[in-house]
Design a protein around this ligand. Structure first.
Ligand code: CS2
Length: 470
């Protein structure tokens, strides 16, 4: 069957309507080590690097590292790193096979090959998408060990770009590396500080986890089996701080549509609070009401109105990005993209790690101005309801979260002891930061909405919330 699978050998059979790479991979000359080979990287940065490779700049081939699971890496290896991406937007649908993935490794079982890749002469960049919960000493140790090998061989420093949904992600990564290094690493740390760059960056493209539907559609279009096909939207954005080991990378990336700027902060905060903040609110609502996808949520008038209000009335007043109205309207349209079967449970995954970046900064900023934070208080109440792990139709669902156990322990008594559960949830600084847990007004408003949610249900409560004055 393998001759019917997408691979370098069968690439020439792919229908001419699909854009395929016109360049030859050079697996021993990869220029980028990417940590976290999920769907997002493959449909975002790998496509930017593909564009550079198409233009004849051979320095952007990727050594992709799966952090734990060998499954996807094995599938990609069987296809020589090739996979199709369906790109759907208002202007239609197109398919592309990016060819930038030249090498793969699994960090847990092939650690040495990751270290060798970091140390390799041809490597110029490390990019990272390991999700919010991936910023652990283990990640830092992998980087430290790779950079130690690189330093020992006298090679140049690297641009190391964290691309996860964290505010100031480059600073966080660098701080984590410093916190993990031990005293014997002092001279290595000096070298890292002097020769490596940690630009902050904001990345944006909605890339749902692969589904059987996309694999079927890919097979129909390619005429070949593709076990790694992905679906995404036309829109993509990559904003990165102008802070590179090789300053000439700025112009190259800018030519591909990457925004290189000294002002990443304003893009990060807008994206985290507008897009990701409303994503989390919708995902939790969808999980409780039995709506499977984000498009189903935004397609419901009251949820769309809620998201519109959440963004306009509570988030936007604190953004330094001034084009927020266009940004908001574009987001609402993107959420409705019918091709993106973006599962609410996928977005609700790791909510405990996501909420801190997405909601509390807005709540605190609204409080400081004496303004309403009702929509965020309702979202927090919906999060507590979500920890019951059973939807309004009585179907159980799984909390996929490093804090699942502690959250469900809090949530399970919420009908009998709402006040106790609210206190236990809202006291948690890991979720809400250091200020909100002591705020009685916040506690009162979340309690008010939680009572509504338990007794009226999510839909009725959201409908009521959108009828309130700002
Ligand atoms: C989502 C993001 O899963 C989630 O938490 O909010 O993955 C979102 O789709 C991306 O950040 C969009 O760029």
């Amino acid at each position: 069957m393998s001759e019917h699978k997408l691979s370098r050998a069968t690439l020439s059979e792919v229908s001419a309507s699909v854009k395929t790479p016109g360049y030859t991979p050079q697996p021993s000359e990869t220029g980028v080590v990417h940590l976290g080979l999920g769907a997002f990287h493959r449909a975002h940065q790998a496509m930017v690097f593909d564009q550079l490779l198409r233009e004849g700049d051979a320095r952007w081939g990727i050594h992709g590292v799966g952090m734990t699971q060998p499954g996807l890496v094995n599938k990609l290896r069987a296809q020589d790193g090739l996979y199709a991406v369906r790109i759907a937007g208002a202007t239609g649908v197109e398919w592309q096979v990016p060819g930038a993935l030249w090498q793969t490794s699994v960090a847990t079982t092939e650690r040495q090959s990751v270290l060798n890749a970091i140390a390799a002469q041809s490597t110029r960049w490390i990019t990272i998408t390991v999700t919010e919960k991936g910023y652990t000493p283990a990640l830092a140790q992998l980087l430290i060990d790779g950079l130690r090998l690189r330093h020992a061989t006298g090679r140049a420093g690297l641009t190391i770009a964290s691309c996860d949904n964290l505010q100031g992600n480059g600073h966080k990564l660098k701080a984590l590396i410093h916190a993990t290094a031990n005293t014997q690493d002092a001279s290595l740390m000096q070298w890292i500080d002097a020769h490596c760059a940690f630009p902050c960056s904001m990345v944006d493209r909605i890339v749902p986890a692969a589904t059987a539907e996309v694999a079927e559609a890919a097979k129909a279009v390619l005429g070949l089996e593709d076990d790694c096909a992905l679906s995404t939207e036309t829109f993509w954005e990559w904003v990165i701080e102008d802070h590179f080991v090789d300053p000439s990378d700025a112009a190259l990336l800018a030519k591909c549509g990457v925004r290189v700027t000294s002002q990443v902060h304003s893009y990060e905060e807008a994206k985290l609070r507008m897009l990701n903040g409303s994503h989390t609110a919708m995902a939790l609502m969808g999980a409780i009401t039995g709506r499977a996808h984000i498009a189903d949520c935004i397609g419901a008038d009251h949820i769309r109105a809620f998201v519109h209000q959440m963004m306009s009335l509570e988030v936007a007043p604190h953004l330094s990005r001034t084009d927020w109205q266009e940004y908001r309207d574009a987001l609402i349209q993107r959420f409705g993209n019918p091709y993106l079967k973006h599962s609410v449970h996928q977005i609700a995954t790791d909510s405990s790690q996501k909420i801190p970046q997405r909601w509390p900064p807005t709540v605190l900023a609204q409080m400081a101005k004496g303004q309403s934070f009702e929509r965020h208080a309702l979202a927090a109440a919906i999060f507590l309801r979500y920890t019951l792990a059973i939807d309004e139709q009585g179907h159980a669902y799984t909390l996929n979260d490093p804090e699942a156990e502690s959250l469900m322990a809090i949530g399970q008594n919420q009908v009998a002891d709402a006040a106790g559960c609210l206190k236990a949830l809202l006291d948690r600084q890991d979720l809400w930061g250091s200020e909100l847990p002591n705020n009685t007004l916040w506690a009162q408003r979340v309690a008010y909405w939680h009572d509504q949610v338990l007794h009226q249900g999510v839909d009725a409560t959201v409908k009521f919330a959108i009828s309130l004055d700002p």
